[in-house]
Write a protein that binds this ligand. Structure first.
Ligand SMILES: [Cu+2]
Length: 338
């Protein structure tokens, strides 16, 4: 879980890039939910956290293609009000970018830490190939399925072939990697093992008092915020899977944005990424142009509440911890999965 040595030798490797965070060169172990300013932990502990993060993101939080990939984004859609990026795009994808990039100038990144400059670093291609590999693992090992939406299947991109002629390649022609002539090495995948799954830090707590979301939002997340959110009552035959929705997260796309989210955690400082109370994070990698966007972040919480011994609670405590410049947030609610 570190930058492979072949990417790190300026003498022998064209894969070397000088614009990487000097504190994150080998043998430093990557932090898959890294925030600017995070203090390093010992390598074995970091590996334990990373395995727990992968279990959460790939198994607990990614039940459908929309969970994994994010909501549909069609030509003509208003991109300033998106309904949410995919779980994997956020964590680990975004954090591998920002962890690898240099921390020299957060407001003007020229490296893996920003969307517009990431592909200047050769390690970008290994990173994205690995995200593709996560998709294949999700399909083959975790019962995932591809989208059937024809807008997605027929979407196309123009590439140049080996004779330098442009060719149109459709998404539906790229879904089976064996047809593309490659397969991933059959290596152990330790995060598939249930033993790495996050464990509750403390079970069945008495929740501290905190305001109702309506008393707090809309607000700017410039300090930790805790609210008590009512759970919906089940009626009818629809899904009983509850989704925590952080609504109307508003920020400028040029900015690095991150905040962490905890559920039923009365002592956030004691919580670690391998605790069930840590739901995950919201993040944005800086883009090149100014654009104010509004989006939502969703977490599946039914299984989490069960594991926290809170199945029968009628309310949950949600805590947001800012890890970047402030964002505006419009509200927090819980709905059944639609
Ligand atoms: Cu990327």
């Amino acid at each position: 879980m570190q930058i492979p040595s072949t990417y790190n030798s300026s003498v022998i490797s064209p894969l070397y890039n000088c614009f990487r965070n000097p504190d994150h060169l080998p043998p430093t172990v990557i932090d898959l939910d890294w925030s600017y300013g995070d203090k390093p932990v010992d390598p074995n502990t970091q590996i334990k956290y990373n395995l727990a993060i992968m279990y959460t993101q790939m198994i607990t939080q990614s039940k459908t293609p929309n969970d994994f990939f994010g909501k549909a984004y069609r030509a003509g859609d208003d991109i300033t009000t998106l309904d949410g990026a995919g779980q994997i795009e956020q964590t680990p994808h975004n954090h591998v970018h920002s962890w690898t990039g240099t921390a020299v100038d957060q407001s003007n990144p020229i490296d893996m830490g920003a969307l517009y400059s990431a592909a200047r670093d050769p390690i970008f291609f290994a990173h994205h190939a690995n995200v593709d590999r996560m998709w294949t693992i999700w399909l083959n090992n975790l019962g995932g399925s591809n989208f059937t939406d024809t807008d997605w299947l027929n979407a196309y991109f123009i590439f140049y072939n080996e004779e330098a002629n442009p060719v149109r390649v459709r998404v539906k022609d790229c879904l089976d990697n064996t047809k593309l002539g490659y397969q991933y090495e059959d290596v152990p995948i330790p995060w598939l093992d249930v033993s790495v799954k996050p464990k509750p830090r403390a079970k069945a707590k008495t929740l501290p008092s905190a305001p109702d979301p309506a008393q707090v939002f809309p607000t700017t997340l410039d300090k930790p915020i805790s609210v008590i959110v009512k759970r919906p009552k089940k009626s009818g035959t629809g899904s009983s899977e509850e989704i925590l929705i952080i609504e109307g997260i508003e920020y400028d796309k040029r900015n690095y944005v991150k905040f962490n989210v905890f559920i039923n955690e009365d002592n956030v400082n004691a919580s670690r990424p391998n605790n069930t109370e840590f739901l995950g994070s919201f993040s944005n990698l800086p883009h090149g142009h100014r654009m104010t966007v509004k989006t939502n972040k969703k977490f599946r919480i039914s299984q989490v509440l069960e594991e926290l011994g809170a199945r029968d609670y009628d309310k949950v405590l949600v805590t947001l911890i800012p890890k970047s410049s402030p964002v505006k947030i419009n509200g927090i609610k819980i709905e059944f999965d639609s």
